[in-house]
Design a protein around this ligand. Structure first.
Ligand SMILES: *Cc1c(COP(=O)(O)O)cnc(C)c1O
Length: 348
């Protein structure tokens, strides 16, 4: 075997060993006595070493690139990111001894930038989000590197049939519950990779679960789902970090989604605060968006007298957002006043 092939073998072995040392994430059952007969579960992706569901994506993207011969010893890895993916990719780059550069908007939170740097990653900041793609391509060319391109590759890097993917894990952890096959799974979309994996898995395993994707303000995914127009562009960026995109990303697979729901930013923040109170720890805003979808579906089921379970994701922890979603003044300036009515909507 050539020394290049040997390096790839050892790189994959390092990722597999890292996986072997890791525990699966918890499936938390919420205690909501008001909703008798409707059980709500959160797949807690915040407990990965790098703090979000992007840990799974980064692992898959590295394995995909290595097995496709795209990353070799000394390859510079470049990524366009809003932060969370870059943190997880910096972790795996360090594991493999690779140089890593994250291309991000300069508005990215200082906490995220510091986490990337802690893992030895470099941050290349541009003026606005819409510039990250072209700048990543330019840097990749200049450095003769590899562009991970999560917004294209997220849907194809994960083995959707099973093999320890997030859907496999959820359904296995549900096995001994009163309603083991969820009536609904609710997820938001950034790359769309997670919803693609869950939607395909449900179909492949012939399950009755319906996949609902929730979409924040300023994102085009919702309109694309109903219009099938791939050219949609939004002039503004989503204010809910990690989800909602200004363009239809290639990794967003609408055909495996059963339904979509638009969620107001104020409702997302109200639900985030409500959930943080319920759990006794902070969660990110996209988890709030997920929760709005869950509570709306739970209400519908309740009104129809249906019983069953609903599963969603706790995508990341709230500590990353101490200066934004957990800063009352920031929320007032950027999201607006969270009304009492919004809060009451959550008390089922
Ligand atoms: C990426 C991300 C999501 C959405 O997951 P995708 O699989 O990319 O669609 C949700 N919440 C947070 C915090 C994220 O970083």
């Amino acid at each position: 075997m050539s020394s290049q092939r040997q390096w790839v073998v050892s790189a994959i072995a390092k990722i597999q060993a890292d996986f072997q040392r890791s525990a699966d994430t918890h499936l938390i059952k919420l205690d909501l006595p008001q909703l008798s007969g409707i059980d709500i579960y959160l797949k807690d992706e915040s407990t990965h070493p790098t703090g979000s569901l992007k840990h799974r994506l980064a692992r898959s993207l590295f394995l995909y690139a290595l097995c496709n011969g795209k990353i070799k010893e000394n390859t510079v890895v470049v990524e366009a990111s809003s932060g969370s993916t870059a943190i997880s990719e910096a972790y795996f780059s360090r594991l493999l001894g690779l140089r890593f550069i994250a291309v991000m908007a300069k508005s990215t939170s200082i906490q995220k930038i510091n986490e990337i740097k802690r893992y030895g990653g470099e941050c290349f900041l541009v003026d606005s989000t819409d510039l990250i793609y072209a700048e990543s391509e330019r840097l990749t060319k200049e450095l003769n590197g590899y562009y991970m391109d999560q917004f294209t590759n997220a849907e194809r890097a994960t083995d959707w049939r099973g093999n320890n993917n997030i859907a496999d894990s959820i359904f296995e952890q549900m096995l001994n519950e009163p309603y083991p096959i969820p009536t609904h799974i609710v997820m938001s979309a950034g790359t769309g990779g997670t919803s693609a994996t869950i939607g395909r898995y449900i179909r492949y395993h012939q399950l009755t679960t319906e996949l609902t994707v929730v979409d924040p303000e300023n994102s085009v995914f919702y309109d694309y789902f109903f219009s099938n127009n791939k050219d949609l562009i939004s002039q503004k960026s989503s204010l809910i970090e990690g989800i909602g995109r200004p363009r239809v990303e290639p990794s967003f697979i609408a055909s495996v989604i059963d339904n979509m729901m638009k969620v107001d930013n104020k409702d997302s923040i109200a639900a985030m605060q409500w959930l943080a109170e319920l759990l006794g720890r902070k969660v990110g805003a996209s988890t709030g968006t997920n929760m709005v979808g869950v509570l709306k579906l739970a209400k519908q089921m309740h009104e129809k007298g249906q019983k069953g379970s609903i599963v969603t994701l706790l995508c990341d922890r709230g500590e990353r957002y101490a200066n934004s979603y957990y800063d009352a003044q920031w929320v007032m300036d950027n999201i607006g006043e969270i009304s009492q009515q919004q809060k009451i909507l959550l008390t089922i």
